[in-house]
Design a protein around this ligand. Structure first.
Ligand code: MLT
Length: 413
């Protein structure tokens, strides 16, 4: 009889997204005329930038001509894309990242999960996550056997949780217990908070002192509006020795259905082997990437490249400004209702304190029942998310205005 990976049995049942789906479906079944507006899942709604569409069409034509046809590409990504990324995303911000330290991939979710392949199996590393947290960081560590069982209140034994709440300005406190790995996501999903230079300097300093690896998820960096905030961890001195950065075209250029992302592993980053020897993580990831991945399609990489043209940058900015316009409307409407509102300034997510001591799920049911508006309960992201609620600004203007009008008119707070 085949043996299964028993770590999967430790995963908490009733995951956030299916539970939202279940409640919405049950409500819709009982109220077939209700026009439900979904502001829960953070998925882009605007079409691809025109430059990307044109680049993809041209790339398809290339593939149809014998002289331009391409089979397998380099697993790490085509040099013409990596060089543009290095120049525009990193060198332009003063970060010393070389094109060959960039790995093009099909998504940051996959990369943040797959990176565990090159780190010690079992419960060797002490791993810290923020609370609330993007659930993928936790679940992939459970799957890899890096944790014990889920405890009462749904924390996994063996993980270090760093609470980020209104009380600490949503900036993860340095771990009192020494940790080997820490996940930082800025701008943050779900809280919408972006870390400042000082916050990042504290973490880089901590990582250098404790030989901690920072897994820095910058999937939402394009949403930063405050010019004083860093977009990359490599804007901080010393980060090349301690951090891996994940970036994505998903939220930047509407690629959630196209699939393209990148991971940066500086050649100066090392980990320790069992015998104490320092080993280059870039080399290990290269080995992993070339063995388990055959590269992102040529057509997709041409679309990603188009994002870096002057016109591409203008079009991307226009779409992001549109979503941030939604965020502004959401923020303003919720503040007018007397709610405590966070995020939505440097991130597409608005994070709101539930009123009157309601739990996150109680507030979810209230908004669904009274206004037919769906958001994401903060408790689904961790214990410290209890009493909070996330609204996504990825939507049409019409839906956002309609949802906010309903909140004003129909919800009794
Ligand atoms: C979310 O709703 O949190 C997003 O869909 C996360 C993601 O991009 O995977």
């Amino acid at each position: 009889m085949v043996q299964i990976n028993a770590n999967y049995l430790k995963l908490k049942a009733g995951d956030l997204v299916p539970e939202i789906g279940r409640r919405v479906a049950a409500y819709q079944a009982g109220h077939p005329d209700a026009k439900i507006i979904r502001m829960g899942i953070g998925d882009v709604t605007e079409p691809l930038p025109a430059v990307c569409v044109a680049a993809m069409h041209a790339a398809v034509d290339d593939m149809g001509r014998r002289e331009d046809f391409r089979g397998y590409g380099p697993e790490q990504g085509y040099a013409w894309l990596r060089e543009k990324i290095a120049a525009r995303d990193f060198a332009a911000r003063g970060c010393a990242i070389e094109a060959d330290e960039i790995f093009v991939s099909d998504g940051s979710k996959c990369d943040t999960a797959n990176i565990l392949d090159i780190l010690a199996p079992g419960r060797v590393n002490v791993i810290a996550v923020t609370d609330p947290v993007y659930p993928v960081y936790v679940d992939t560590n459970v799957m890899a056997g890096h944790t014990g069982e889920a405890r009462e209140g749904a924390e996994y034994e063996g993980l270090v949780y760093l609470p980020t709440t209104a009380e600490n300005g949503f900036a993860p406190p340095l771990s009192e217990r020494r940790v080997d790995i820490v996940y930082l996501c800025s701008p943050n999903n779900p809280t919408g908070a972006a870390l400042g230079r000082v916050d990042l300097e504290r973490w880089v300093d901590y990582a250098r002192r404790h030989e901690t690896l920072i897994l820095f998820d910058a999937a939402y960096e394009a949403y930063i509006t405050d010019p004083s905030l860093p977009h990359s961890i490599y804007e901080i001195d010393g980060a090349r020795e301690v951090a891996i950065e994940f970036r994505s075209f998903s939220k930047t250029a509407g690629f959630t259905g196209v699939r393209c992302a990148l991971t940066v592993i500086p050649k100066t980053l090392t980990g320790t082997a069992e015998n104490g020897e320092r080993v280059d993580l870039h080399r290990l990831w290269m080995r992993r990437h070339t063995t388990k991945f055959n590269g992102v399609s040529y057509i997709t990489q041409r679309a990603a490249e188009a994002v870096y043209s002057d016109e591409g940058r203008r079009q991307v900015r226009e779409t992001i400004d549109f979503y941030m316009g939604n965020a502004k409307i959401i923020r303003k409407s919720l503040v007018a209702l007397g709610l405590s509102v966070y995020g939505g300034v440097n991130a597409p997510y608005v994070w709101v304190k539930t009123p009157g001591g309601l739990t996150s799920w109680e507030f979810f049911d209230k908004l669904l029942g009274e206004a037919h508006v769906v958001g994401t309960p903060g408790s689904g992201f961790g214990q410290a998310g209890e009493g909070y609620f996330r609204l996504s600004s990825f939507n049409s203007r019409e839906n956002v205005l309609e949802a906010m009008a309903r909140l004003k008119e129909k919800v009794r707070l």
